[in-house]
Each structure stands twice: as structure tokens, then as C-alpha cells.
Design a protein around this ligand. Sequence first.
Ligand SMILES: Nc1ncnc2c1ncn2[C@@H]1O[C@H](COP(=O)(O)OP(=O)(O)OP(=O)(O)O)[C@@H](O)[C@H]1O
Ligand SMILES: [Mg+2]
Length: 275
Amino acid sequence: MSRSEPDRAGGAARKGRVVRGAGGEREAAPDPVVSTVNLVKIYQNGGVPVPAVRGVDLRVEPGEFVAIMGPSGSGKSTLVHMLGGLDVRTSGEIWLDGRRADTLGESAWALLRRQKIGFVFQFFNLVANMTVADNVELPALLAGASPRVARERREHLLGALGLTDRAGAAPAQLAGGEQQRVALARALANRPSLLLADEPTGNLDSRNTRDVLRLLGEVHRDGQTIILVTHDARVASLADRVVSLLDGQIVDDGAVGAARRRPRGTAGDVVELRG
Ligand SMILES: Nc1ncnc2c1ncn2[C@@H]1O[C@H](COP(=O)(O)OP(=O)(O)OP(=O)(O)O)[C@@H](O)[C@H]1O
Ligand SMILES: [Mg+2]
């Protein structure tokens, strides 16, 4: 289904959801894609507790694009890793699409990730012995997409990221920035409920950054929910909301100012890149 109107809130936000309760089925307001309650992560470093995330309450609605910023060591990666089930929380709750997730075991998390979450890490995790094309198609095929749909989605994503001519390459033959873009294409292949990205432009030059931002803008306008860690104010300026972490706590959480927001529906010029 394509949407003709650019839609900041995301179409999914208005669709509602069928809830099965004792009284049968009914329509309900959509659940937040992500909700955390007093989320805490304390690492143990040689017996010394290292608090990385200290009581985070974060709620992200369907279709929202949230940038997470903060100094190095403030807990950004730890937070998004917990949201993707890659790190186990010490205490608190994680809810995804209205379902409690922090109590799930490894295999249930793996299934949830496959069905609902696209993840771009600081490290890329491409499957080494598969081509770029197969790496990008795999999540969609695993989720049950037809080969034709998976191929079309792959062609679109690789094209948008300037990677069409690398489709037949193995990951080891790619430069770091290319691998990072392939990882983003793979994360989006499945149209996940939630895209989690940890510094997806960290290794990119400004031209490739622009391609990534344009694609993020495009999928966001299509209703994609995005939580993205970044140090880059240009990247954050694309988001609806910036959540700032300091020492593992949210110290600021605000909408990106209307004055900084570019006009809707201009697919080409995502942000102005300086420097
Ligand atoms: N596996 C680990 N074991 C012990 N301590 C850890 C581990 N991972 C992270 N930490 C610590 O947790 C804190 C938060 O780290 P985290 O990687 O989440 O920060 P960050 O905000 O992502 O930083 P950066 O911007 O450098 O990526 C830091 O003090 C870090 O040293
Ligand atoms: Mg980090």
C-alpha cells in the first residue's frame, strides 16, 4: 500500500489494533512501538559495577523518528542494544508493540527481532559467505516475503544507497562505508516495525551520509518508526524528537524545533550538508 500524503505521524499510528480480550475482539488505540519503564543496565567490570543506563523511561509512538544523542559513554549503545534484545537489562521493563519483551529468552528475542526489528550496529554483521544482494534479501525471505518482493525491495534499497553495482560482491570486498550501507539496506528489507540504528553514518563521507539520510527520510515518510543513535547534529535534525542521554539518564527529550524542520514532501533535499 502506498501513501500519497507525506505523513509525519506514520500511517500505522492511525490504524488501530485488534485486541483479543475476554469480551472478544475490539479496536484499541495503537500501542507505542517502544516503551521502557525504569530501565537499568549495570555492567560488572571485574567486580566493579558500571552503571550504563540508570532508570530510562522512553516511549516511542508508531511512525516516530527519535534521535538519541549524548557524549561518549552516556549509555546510548547500551540502551538500543537492550531495546533489540542484544543486551540483558539489569532491572526495569521493555515493551515492544504492547508486549513485554524484557522477560523473553534468547530464542524468543531472535524471533521477535526477525519479525519486528531492523538493526544497524556500530559493527555490521553481514553474512560473510553471501553476496550483498543475498544479505539484503535474507531478512525479507526469512519473514516470508516472496522471492520477487524480496528482490524488488533489495533492488530499491541498494539503488537508493548507491550500491547497485556492488550487489554481487562479498562483504569482505566492500569498504567499511559500503558495508555500513548494506547493513542499513538489510535492516530495512523487512519493513520492520522498528528500525534501531547505532551511528549508521559513523563511517561515511558526506555524499554517502546524504544517501543514507535521504533513505531514512523516505522510509520515515512511509511510516517507519526509527530510533537512531548519532553524534551528528545533521542526522539528528532529520528526527521528530531528540532524546539526550547523560550518565545513563535522559536529561532532555524534545521535539525538533519547527523552525529547523524542512518542508514536508521534498524527497530530494533531505538536509543541507555542510563541511
Ligand atoms: N560490555 C561492557 N562491559 C562493561 N562496561 C561496559 C560494557 N559496554 C559498555 N560499558 C560501559 O557502559 C557505559 C555506557 O557505554 P555505551 O557503549 O552504552 O556508551 P555510548 O553512549 O554508546 O558511547 P559512544 O558514543 O562512545 O558509543 C560506559 O561507561 C561503558 O564503558
Ligand atoms: Mg555507542
